[in-house]
Design a protein around this ligand. Sequence first.
Ligand SMILES: *[C@@H]1O[C@H](CO)[C@@H](O)[C@H](O)[C@H]1NC(C)=O
Ligand SMILES: *[C@@H]1O[C@H](CO)[C@@H](O)[C@H](O)[C@H]1NC(C)=O
Ligand SMILES: *[C@@H]1O[C@H](CO)[C@@H](O)[C@H](O)[C@H]1NC(C)=O
Ligand SMILES: *[C@@H]1O[C@H](CO)[C@@H](O)[C@H](O)[C@H]1NC(C)=O
Length: 350
Amino acid sequence: MKKKQQYPGGGADAWPHGAPLGGAPAGLGSWKRRVSLLPFLRFSLRDYGFCMATLLVFCLGSLFYQLSGGPPRFLLDLRQYLGNSTYLDDHGPPPSKVLPFPSQVVYNRVGKCGSRTVVLLLRILSEKHGFNLVTSDIHNKTRLTKNEQMELIKNISTAEQPYLFTRHVHFLNFSRFGGDQPVYINIIRDPVNRFLSNYFFRRFGDWRGEQNHMIRTPSMRQEERYLDINECILENYPECSNPRLFYIIPYFCGQHPRCREPGEWALERAKLNVNENFLLVGILEELEDVLLLLERFLPHYFKGVLSIYKDPERNTAREGTEAAGVGEGETGLLPSREPNAGLHPRTLGS
Ligand SMILES: *[C@@H]1O[C@H](CO)[C@@H](O)[C@H](O)[C@H]1NC(C)=O
Ligand SMILES: *[C@@H]1O[C@H](CO)[C@@H](O)[C@H](O)[C@H]1NC(C)=O
Ligand SMILES: *[C@@H]1O[C@H](CO)[C@@H](O)[C@H](O)[C@H]1NC(C)=O
Ligand SMILES: *[C@@H]1O[C@H](CO)[C@@H](O)[C@H](O)[C@H]1NC(C)=O
């Protein structure tokens, strides 16, 4: 009832017809007059009806909002296919038995989480399956201004479908700019391992190109480059006192400035986004299982990926992961060239 008094409606007859919302604001005079004339209870039944009507409109609006926003169609279809849909289980048609096929996939890859390996695999797969692999040369720009977001989203959206776009970039909200929200995938890893991997990568590259580290940190002094990671941590060097364990979150939270402030807000939003927009967020430590799932869920892109990954002839694809997997034992001066057998037995298997 309060609403009604706060928003006295339009013309003189708006009140008796019970449609006060949305009209032009009434003059102060008429407002006063109405209030003083109003024996509140006399109108209670009409008011009740009005409230129910408002509530109904609100519910419909909210339902419409949920239907037009929310998870992309593909993810709902896939949940339905898998027989586990939150909403459609109760209200929708019976589960379809056709695996849905998304024609827009984005892999906004997190740095030092095995993404080079996956991109190498994707190159092979895109030739094999004929999808459009769109990669970016920009590796050091994960946050974008609003205009940059718009331009990038436009660029991605005009790519020939089916496409798989990949770049180191924080989550982009396509629907915010009127685009179709694509299906997201990503791979993360134990944050401590990621920190170790990055520590050595900045200094020595990943053994792929001899000059790799020179490009990353050309001006690093030799003492710093050869600084023992134990010393770095125990002596609280800036690089090691804040190991940037939060690094992964903005990839899932998005481009909002608060996404880059370590805290609850960013974490909650990241989790929400993972639920709504990501088909899969794999764990590097279980890469083979992740590849198997991708093969099952996105066969048009990933069919046969596991056998390519395991193929000894193509062991270039695995090198990256092994090099990136600088591990628990690797606290010495130089990362060993040996595959670190202890760390990711499943990744390194066979
Ligand atoms: C759906 O998934 C939830 C866990 O996310 C599980 O508890 C539930 O049993 C599943 N329902 C069906 C019908 O598979
Ligand atoms: C990213 O790298 C390019 C060179 O590859 C450099 O010109 C540019 O300044 C870098 N940008 C940032 C934000 O580091
Ligand atoms: C979008 O594409 C145009 C031309 O294809 C290119 O000039 C521009 O740099 C691209 N923008 C982004 C953000 O990739
Ligand atoms: C994306 O944009 C839409 C439309 O502006 C908004 O409703 C939604 O909350 C946004 N999602 C995220 C995760 O920012």
